[in-house]
Unconditional design. Structure first.
Length: 292
């Protein structure tokens, strides 16, 4: 059997047998514990030195889907643990805020860590006011809370790991499957962007996108050790037109196919979305580096 690449890791027959031996030798272990043992044993880390535990869990799931390993049955999750309960944060100023952009500047971007005082506020705002609600981002991610010059919250956003496969994006970049796997760490996906519903500031959204992408280049490298080359987002056209992205010079590449990363049998159908991207360097150089 030739080597296969899953989640960016090349595996040969001996390594697959070693994974199966670990599973068979520890029948009481959960899938998560198996992944933790593997990632620590391999010392599998990203460029910033963090263990790639989520990548390892997804790798095992994909190996099972391909019939290459046999994993223990998924453990039943207690109904109380199916979804994270986001506590409401009292005292958020929801009075209508109508202003010109110049009147709320300078804006500040606060990177939201996990387990910090700002985390509860950020999670509450997404859960309460974003149409997709709260979702814990998988893999690398950077989260921002935007405030006006008086410190009042204007917006919040999440930048997370890129989508694994996007036909129009991948054709536009012109990369092979192997190049895509190698290059995905240099692409970030804007999975959440929320202007507070009581804020009415003309040009705020496109201005914030510009601020965030400039700061994200530095923060992404700190977080992942990778130099960011491209950002992407998916716009649900039944709700939005993507006007702020277009105003911030993002490129329209087309639509998704309506399939998800969990669709192993071409059966899962989701609404198609408009794919918009912003190169963070000249296009010719970007394509050359990502396809290299």
């Amino acid at each position: 059997m030739a080597n296969i690449v899953v989640q960016g890791r090349a595996l040969d027959e001996a390594q697959l047998q070693a994974i199966q031996a670990l599973v068979d030798g520890n029948p009481s272990w959960s899938r998560r514990r198996l992944a933790d043992a593997l990632v620590q044993g391999w010392d599998w880390r990203n460029a910033a030195g963090r263990l790639k535990d989520m990548s390892c869990r997804r790798m095992l799931a994909r190996l099972e889907a391909k019939g290459l390993v046999r994993l223990p049955a998924r453990r039943r999750v207690s109904p109380k643990r199916k979804a994270k309960v986001i506590a409401a944060v009292p005292g958020v100023d929801q009075s209508e805020w109508v202003a010109l952009l110049a009147e709320v500047q300078p804006l500040s971007l606060e990177q939201v860590g996990y387990g910090t005082a700002t985390t509860a506020l950020f999670d509450h705002l997404l859960a309460r006011y974003h149409y997709l609600g709260y979702s814990y981002p998988v893999g690398a991610n950077v989260r921002y809370l935007a405030r006006g010059r008086d410190g009042r919250v204007l917006a919040c956003a999440v930048w997370a790991s890129a989508a694994l496969k996007v036909g129009c994006r991948d054709r536009w970049l012109g990369w092979t499957s192997a190049q895509r796997i190698a290059g995905l760490a240099r692409v970030a996906n804007n999975t959440r962007f929320l202007i507070m519903p009581w804020v009415r500031v003309s040009l705020l959204a496109s201005h914030l996108l510009g601020l965030m992408t400039r700061q994200l280049a530095r923060d992404w490298r700190e977080r992942t050790g990778q130099r960011l080359a491209l950002v992407e987002t998916f716009v649900d056209e039944s709700r939005f037109q993507g006007t702020c992205y277009r105003a911030a010079n993002w490129l329209d590449l087309g639509r998704t196919t309506g399939r998800t990363r969990d669709d192993r049998y071409s059966q899962i159908q989701t609404p198609t979305k408009r794919v918009l991207v912003l190169p963070l360097q000249p296009l010719a150089r970007l394509r050359r580096e990502l396809a290299g």
